[in-house]
Write a protein that binds this ligand. Sequence first.
Ligand code: ADP
Ligand code: MG
Length: 249
Amino acid sequence: MAGIDSDGRGIVFDKVNKWYGQMHVLQDVSFRVAPGEKIVVCGPSGSGKSTMIRCINRLEIHQSGTISVGGIEVNDQRRNIDRVRRQVGMVFQNFNLYPHLTILENCTIAQRWVRGLPRAEAEQRAMLYLERVRIPDQAGKYPSQLSGGQQQRVAIARSLCMEPEIMLFDEPTSALDPELVREVLDTMVSLAEDGMTMICVTHEMGFARQVADRVIFMDRGRIVESATPEDFFQNPREERSRLFLSQIL
Ligand code: ADP
Ligand code: MG
């Protein structure tokens, strides 16, 4: 596919399968994401979207097929897992901030303990990314003192502090009150404009139209359709895509 280097930079899924017990939740999933590409993943609840992206940094373990990130295969070798996780940042639906740490500490803890950076350097970088998501003034507060939108922007800043090459978003706005969705999407758009490689599970179709190079539609553990946003929204090929779009648009 265009944009994928021969050395396999970017993300490559090749016939990936995963079961939970008897349930076959990823069925021969294959796709590629080139460096700098932005992919939106959508599909009905339970179709395997979270499982698929969680396999990328091995929060879930696939049972067959191969996944590689930046040319490194995601397998059971500790060394590979660590190298992959260093490249990949992840933002979840429920922010997952540490409630007992300040915003600044949330953004420095991994830098200090995983990367071994001195406090001053970690704090400097944390402030840089808190400015990037436009909440440097909240650095001394605790997560519970912030709105959901602000907490999610902290979660994004916290990920960026680790300087990932790839960002994964799993329904980052679906736990937010409607009036707070925009500020998080704006942050994601600005990341996209800076050239970050992104996979975003979201049903925010305005966002998909604005930034996605491709939309991947999943249903029952399979990729049913992969198309540009224009084609997917105006001219979905599959009946299941049409049905899905009629329910969310
Ligand atoms: P989506 O993100 O598209 O809603 P998921 O990837 O969360 O879908 O789930 C896919 C399927 O796997 C669903 O049927 C879900 O109930 C099931 N599932 C997800 N996580 C687990 C788990 N840890 N154990 C067993 N089944 C799971
Ligand atoms: Mg999910």
